[in-house]
Ligand binder design. Structure first.
Ligand code: GRF
Length: 244
């Protein structure tokens, strides 16, 4: 159970206990996916769930933009969609109140940010501590924030990539679970590099969710536990053959 800023209680599925902790008969994790745009990561997650690669189900898709193309994937997959348009709220508190209500109706075990382009307040994020993940197009902690592909090219380095991390109140600063690395080539543009990173993301997010839903990955404050032990560095998708 978590509590809204206005005191309203928001139940979490399973009374706040992730299904992996329920014992042998593990029901699928309930996912709420938050998007703002294209939704290709949402599509990758839906497909991985449908293929049985993740013990989870996307129960709802919430977009802050009514025109987000990703809503079509949800529609085609028969997944309930909700629009919580930030432009209809006078301030961030009002927007987040509406978002909490949409989430409460969905009753998720895990909130998956997939190209969700609104900054969430610490109050909001802290209510879902250890229950919210994000994918970011860089090898965190490098290149937090926007325009990561152009900025990666400007570094002159040869490697770039994407990261899945637990969300904390620090923007793009939560503990990193899993990363995927891609090469940068001499003639890359931000667009060619973005396409390579996004292809990697579509393997990375399902793999990270698979680790979470199998109980192998858990959040512990500012750390990630992998098989019960603190991770000293993010897992690398390319070294984890069993989850690819
Ligand atoms: C991805 O590149 C992700 O890393 C970033 O936003 C983009 C979303 O793409 N957070 P899509 O909407 O999933 O296609």
């Amino acid at each position: 159970m978590s509590t809204e800023g206005d005191g309203t209680a928001i139940p979490l599925a399973g009374g706040g206990i992730p299904p992996a902790a329920h014992g042998r008969a593990r029901r699928p994790w309930r996912f709420a996916v938050l998007i703002s745009g294209r939704g290709s990561n949402l599509q990758a997650v839906i497909e991985a769930c449908a293929a049985g690669r993740i013990n989870g189900r996307v129960e709802c898709v919430i977009s802050n933009r009514p025109e987000a193309p990703g809503l079509h994937f949800a529609h085609r997959a028969g997944i309930p969609q909700t629009v919580v348009d930030h432009r209809e709220h006078a301030d961030r508190a009002g927007f987040e109140r509406a978002l909490r209500h949409a989430l409460a109706a969905c009753n998720p075990d895990l909130i998956i940010l997939a190209g969700f382009m609104r900054i969430l307040t610490p109050d909001f994020v802290n209510q879902f501590s250890g229950r919210m993940v994000n994918i970011h197009p860089s090898l965190l902690p490098k290149l937090r924030g926007l325009d990561t592909h152009a900025r990666a090219l400007a570094t002159g380095e040869t490697r770039h990539g994407a990261s899945v991390h637990f969300v904390t109140s620090e923007l793009d600063g939560g503990p990193v679970i899993l990363q995927s690395t891609v090469p940068m080539h001499e003639h890359d543009t931000p667009e060619t590099l973005a396409a390579r990173v996004q292809a990697a993301e579509h393997r990375l997010y399902p793999a990270a969710l698979r680790l979470i839903c199998s109980g192998r990955i858990q959040a512990a404050g500012d750390r990630v536990l992998y098989d019960g032990r603190p991770l000293n560095a993010p897992l690398q998708l390319e070294s984890l053959s069993e989850v690819t």
